[in-house]
Design a protein around this ligand. Structure first.
Ligand SMILES: O=C(O)CCC(=O)C(=O)O
Ligand SMILES: [Fe+2]
Length: 352
């Protein structure tokens, strides 16, 4: 099995060549949206106001603070499908432990990860490289671990303490998303538990992901994750101090420089389906660098795997027709996971 990590290590130790190339299978073939859109540099991005939601205001007992935060949330979901979440209550300590644990998982001898390689795309614990090596023409400069963490919790037993930290974090991230969904329900003119009830959030499916992007000898030729939208309702992402996420907004790729101890939040395809397109899922990608290993930790939150969803009845206006076919979440995930990542190609399958 290849891995970007192994390759990065072998190229940095092969000191004989001064110019280290990139194996041709890692040269990324740009797709439509990579070519079409302008990429802002960091300085230009500083002039863009990226939506920021203050979680403490969203759960505040002061109704005016809460309404303001809910309005900002609705605005972020309508115009961006992306926001930074601050004051969320997850301690800097837990965040650092999580990043350390993720690094330790990749410091394990390779055979400790091997047992989770291959297998089925929806295995409860899966390790791999790229996105789906069975269908991709070229490889991505990314290794990953994906674990199903709700309704049943699964995580590797090694390294020691890894599973406990992930469990603690995933429980908190579900609670945070639970509150965000309440705010989103209200922003859509419904009572706060509307989405919880419609999607049966208590039994909802949650996946935990570690994205591991080692330093790349030719970052401009490779790709970490190509443009895509996430499958669920909301994904939370945190990262170490290396940048790489770019969000597509108004036909521009915006490099994201996270605020300290913030979460990066993306709305996913199921948010778009549920709201009949009012809140669009966001297209984003991850580029790579040659400075060091970038680690990102994602948690995706969706409905129960075996439930079927289309646009929610109460979110359809009187004269609106549903724009998406209902689909079982498991089938949607299978569809996304068994193809190469390509913008919103998966959503196109259910668009009416
Ligand atoms: O690593 C990143 O910056 C993006 C990760 C991501 O988009 C994902 O895991 O779906
Ligand atoms: Fe993503």
């Amino acid at each position: 099995m290849f891995s970007a990590k192994k390759l990065a290590e072998s190229s940095s130790s092969s000191s004989s060549s001064s110019v280290v190339g990139l194996p041709s299978e890692y040269v990324y073939l740009k797709n439509n949206s990579d070519e079409k859109y302008i990429i802002l540099d960091d300085e230009e991005a500083q002039n863009i106001t990226i939506p920021t939601i203050d979680f403490s205001q969203l759960i505040s007992s002061n109704s005016s603070d809460r309404s303001k935060a809910i309005q900002q949330l609705g605005h972020a979901c309508t115009h961006w499908g992306f926001f930074m979440l601050i004051n969320h209550g997850v301690s800097e300590t837990l965040r650092e432990e999580l990043l350390r644990a993720s690094q330790s998982f990749y410091d394990l001898p390779e055979q400790d990860r091997k047992q989770y390689e291959g297998g089925n795309i929806l295995d409860p614990i899966k390790c791999g490289t790229s996105f789906n090596v069975n269908v991709e023409k070229n490889l991505l400069w990314r290794d990953y671990l994906k674990c199903h963490v709700h309704p049943r919790f699964h995580a590797p037993l090694k390294p020691t303490g890894f599973s406990k930290i992930i469990e603690t974090y995933c429980k908190t991230s579900r609670e945070i998303v639970g509150e965000l969904l309440k705010g989103i329900s209200i922003s859509l003119g419904q009572e706060e538990n509307y989405i919880h009830k419609v999607i049966n959030y208590e039994s909802g499916f949650q996946i935990f992901v570690i994205n591991f992007y080692p330093p790349c000898p030719k970052p401009e030729l490779a790709m970490g994750l190509p443009p895509h939208s996430d499958h669920g309702l909301l994904s939370l992402l945190l990262q170490n101090d290396l940048q790489g996420l770019q969000v597509l907004h108004n036909c521009k790729w915006i490099p994201i420089q996270p605020l300290p101890n913030s979460f990066l939040v993306n709305t996913g395809d199921h948010m778009e389906i549920l709201t009949n397109g009012k809140y669009k899922s966001n297209i984003h990608r991850a580029i790579v660098n040659n400075k060091g290993t970038r680690i990102t930790i994602g948690a995706a939150h969706g409905p129960p795997l075996d439930d079927t969803f289309g646009p929610a009845t109460q979110l359809l206006g009187e004269h609106d027709l549903p724009l998406y076919q209902a689909i079982k979440y498991r089938d949607y995930m299978n569809l996304q996971q068994s193809n190469a990542l390509d913008n919103k190609s998966c959503l196109d399958h259910v668009r009416i």
